[in-house]
Design a protein around this ligand. Structure first.
Ligand code: B3K
Ligand code: ZN
Length: 862
């Protein structure tokens, strides 16, 4: 009998009975039979009568020794992935010897061998797949690691910390010993062995220490490594300047690998990266790739303080390090690039993904209370909403107060494993602040809706604003207490002049309802509310189209200008749906869009404002998602805008076509982005063949080339097929470039997409075993609202079938795909039936992984 996976609860946390202070590991690497010897210094912390319990999964235990004496097998037992050892000692040396099979490890968790590289992934609970250990983040030990392997196949042997010994040994092997002076939890352990090209550099810290920087990439990829190296140096400098945080080892290594379940991993001194977030040159990476690399390199580097030096007490506290580190990487990108563009892109993630998660059966607070499979909680809620919560703290305290809080946090907790509450308390204490009901952001799931009523009495010259908050029930939480919601605001005249109604730029909504009155208000003002998205909420208000256009043109907050345009677009679509009439674009909106397009705002912001909201964002405003109606009306809106503004799009397109060779400057990136937006509209108008063809074939960079391809494919242009074939011919074999070719087709809105996807799964560059391919083809497809939710259920079938295949060897990737099904109750009855049938099919799998079990169970619970 296999046991059903069991949930763990945050409230059940208990301090460990033992601690492990040092770990001395030896790896004799072998593809199928790697021997791991693990010598630990163990000390009792708690009750004398308790046995030592170590976690271990999918490993073969060969021997157990205490103080160098073999313990006979009848003195210990292995049960439910735990080794239980009764011992009378309070302090002893424990030696575990076990073997693992890295080649058979296709889950890419623990130690695995893929395409000639040995590599580890231990967060959250992967270390137990390497050796028996107290695999929990509050056991901090000093590690010493010896790696032994064939010299020829694996010239580089890497682990955390500093290399303290190296030598060749008999049988063509060599050996390296690494020592990490900083105590760390097992999830930060890393080992890599392989053959790479190496890019080296140095960084001098502000206290004058030299840090060696090493970037390891697949052979032949050195020319694609410099951008990641530059980004790393920028990140190190930025963290010193803005957060006063200095790197703490003499060496920082980053290894890029092709097989990786997620983006990257912040292992102490030895980051492992998905190659997608390292490798870039203009021909094979887009501007967005360059920016993503900067942000992920930054993110992992920033973890060295927020995550590694101060880590999580238990995994329920994940947002302690992730929310905070996402906030830090967002600030890094904003300080280096355009703050407004970054903010808008971050908000788009919240609105198209996090709101949906928060309304689904998998909704959880940023600090979850209940977890079956921890890997299921590396979510947009924990990460991105977590970052929004940190951002609100920053808004409440200001930069100076926030930095005071950070300083106190490190003063109190450096070298420890702590909780979200510890963080909040440090922020409070450093500022004499009271975060009483602000804490609900940590404990309650669900997206609050704030309704706004605005009442103006012209005679009395009096303005009254009433704000009301309401948060829907989520699993396990039927009643919600009010959140502390910071509302950043300003006011304008109908002509767009700023009005001074109050000195307070922030309204604090702390109760269910708040009414504010303002005297001597000479005219009915246009209110700009939730500027810069000051809280992760939905807003319900009666604002007229005219008022939206005032904000779109005049708000001093760039985010609000963008937001007003988006609201206007969503509203057109929603009105057409609710009135069951054909969408018709009015003259004023066309004029506002033209003014925006031809105006002198940052071209990147113009591009963002004229990019229509995603179907997922619009879906958030419906209780039953009208799939066809949303997509038809969005298409109609785009088509009408394209025709109405055709000449303007052509002139802006020409203006943006830089005549000089590719440069990765902010200015050129913005110009390319606006050009791309224009092209996506122009592809919908007649006689666009030449333009698309030219843009595609004459591009000297992937950004422009892909823009032309996507414009053609996503508009179902007659050139689509030709350009797709040309792209395949040019790039076949370049896996990261081909990923974009896969996604482009997965996102095409036409009835051939599902069948095409089936064909593409046999393309020589596709492999179900490589997560990047699965994400680029199948996960991308789940974002294609119209086709994934095809009325005949073929889209569901296709994805469910692959989830079942992945269940057997990579449940983490399978579970990511399954997320596409969790909102199944939000669709019409027929679609609900179809999705439910797929969920049931998955539920009945004989070896259902805990990752899938948890999601399927929460979906199907009445
Ligand atoms: N901490 C890792 C994520 C680990 C995911 C484990 N399933 C990367 C990051 O957030 O920086
Ligand atoms: Zn992170």
């Amino acid at each position: 009998m296999t046991q059903l996976p069991k949930a763990k609860y945050r409230k059940d946390y208990q301090q460990p009975e033992f601690t492990i202070s040092t770990v001395d590991l030896t790896f004799e690497l072998h593809p199928e039979n790697t021997r791991v010897t693990n010598v630990m210094k163990v000390e009792r912390q708690g009750n004398h009568s308790k046995p030592l319990v170590l976690d271990g999964e999918d490993i073969t235990l060969n021997s157990v020794k205490v103080n160098n004496e073999v313990i006979p097998a009848e003195k210990w037992k292995v049960e439910n992935n735990q080794l239980v050892l009764e011992t009378a000692f309070d302090s002893f040396e424990l030696t575990i010897e076990n073997t693992v099979n890295p080649s058979a490890n296709e889950a890419l968790e623990g130690l695995y061998l893929a395409e000639g590289t040995y590599c580890t992934q231990c967060e959250a609970e992967g270390f137990r797949r390497i050796s028996y250990f107290m695999d929990r983040p509050d056991v901090l030990a000093k590690y010493r690691t010896t790696v032994i392997a064939d010299k020829e196949g694996y010239p580089y042997l890497l682990s955390n910390g500093n290399r303290v010994e190296y030598r060749e040994i008999e049988g063509g092997k060599h050996l390296a010993v690494w020592e990490d002076p900083h105590p760390k939890p097992s999830y930060l352990f890393a080992l890599v062995a392989g053959n790479f090209d190496l890019l080296e550099d140095t960084f001098t810290t502000k206290d004058g220490r030299n840090v060696e920087l090493q970037l390891f990439v697949d052979k032949g990829n050195l020319h694609r490594a410099p951008h990641a190296m530059e980004s790393l140096k920028n990140a190190m400098k930025w963290d010193e300047e803005r957060f006063n945080l200095v790197y703490d080892l003499d060496i920082y290594m980053v290894v890029a690998v092709d097989f990786f379940n997620m983006g990257a991993m912040e292992n102490k001194g030895l980051n492992v990266f998905n190659a997608k977030y390292v490798l870039a040159n203009p021909e094979t990476a887009t501007d967005q790739d360059f920016l993503n690399i900067e942000s992920v390199i930054g993110h992992e580097y920033f973890h060295n303080w927020t995550g590694n030096r101060v880590t999580c007490r238990d995994w329920f506290q994940l947002s302690l390090k992730e929310g905070l580190t996402v906030f830090r990487d967002q600030e890094f990108s904003s300080d280096l690039g355009s703050r407004a563009v970054n903010r808008i892109n971050d908000v788009k993630v919240i609105r198209s993904h996090q709101f949906a998660e928060d309304a689904s059966p998998m909704a959880h607070p940023i600090r979850p209370d209940k977890v079956v499979q921890m890997n299921n909680f590396y979510t947009v809620t924990v990460y991105n909403k977590g970052a929004e919560v940190i951002r609100m703290i920053h808004t409440l305290l200001g930069e100076e107060g926030f930095q005071k809080g950070m300083a106190l946090y490190f003063e109190r907790f450096d070298g420890q494993a702590v909780t979200c509450e510890d963080f909040v308390a440090a922020m409070e204490d450093a500022n004499g602040a009271d975060f009483g009901c602000f804490r609900h952001w940590y404990s309650q799931a669900g997206t609050p809706t704030v309704s706004v009523e605005q009442d103006y009495d012209a005679q009395q010259q009096k303005l009254t604003i009433t704000l009301r908050q309401e948060t829907p029930a989520t699993p396990g939480q039927s009643e919600k207490a009010p959140f502390h919601i910071p509302v950043k605001w300003s006011a304008y005249s109908v002509k767009g002049q700023p009005l001074e109604l109050s000195d307070e730029q922030l309204i604090h909504l702390k109760d269910k309802e708040l009414t504010l009155s303002f005297e001597n208000v000479a005219e009915q003002p246009v209110l700009s509310l939730f500027e810069n998205f000051s809280a992760p909420v939905k807003v319900k208000r009666d604002i007229s189209d005219d008022e939206l256009r005032v904000l779109m043109a005049h708000s001093q907050d760039e985010f609000s200008r963008w937001d007003a345009a988006q609201t206007l677009f969503s509203r057109k679509v929603e009105q057409a749906i609710s009135s069951e009439t054909a969408l018709e674009l009015d003259e004023q909106t066309v004029t506002s869009c033209r003014n925006l397009l031809l105006g002198d705002s940052d071209p990147a912001l113009i591009a963002l404002a004229l990019t229509l909201p995603t179907p997922a964002t619009i879906a958030e405003n419906f209780s039953v998602i009208p799939v066809e109606r949303i997509n038809e009306n969005l298409d109609a809106l785009k088509q009408q805008l394209a025709e109405a503004l055709k000449e303007d799009f052509i002139s802006v397109y020409n203006k943006c076509s830089t005549k000089h060779p590719y440069e990765l400057s902010a200015q050129d990136i913005a110009a390319r982005q606006l050009k791309k937006t224009c092209l996506s509209y122009l592809a919908l108008t007649s006689n666009s063949d030449e333009l698309l063809e030219q843009e595609f074939s004459q591009a000297d960079n992937l950004t422009d080339q892909l823009a032309a391809l996507q414009a053609a494919v996503w508009s179902n242009h007659s050139l689509a097929k030709t350009l797709l074939e040309a792209f395949d011919k040019q790039w076949r074999g370049e896996k990261l470039v081909m990923d974009k070719w896969f996604s482009t087709q997965a996102l095409a809105n036409n009835e051939a997409t599902v069948e095409r996807l089936t064909e593409l799964m046999s393309h020589p560059d596709f492999s179900i075993k490589n997560p990047n391919r699965v994400y680029s083809l199948l996960a991308a497809f789940t974002q294609n609202q119209a086709q994934f939710h095809r009325a005949d259920g073929k889209g569901y079938q296709l994805v469910a079938e692959q989830i079942k295949v992945l269940n057997d060897f990579n449940p983490q990737v399978a579970s990511r795909l399954l997320s596409a099904f969790v909102s199944w109750r939000r669709y019409d009855e027929k679609r609900q039936e179809l999705m439910k049938a797929e969920l049931k099919g998955i539920q009945s799998l004989p070896n259902l992984a805990s990752d899938l079990f948890e999601k399927v169970e929460s979906c199907l619970t009445e």
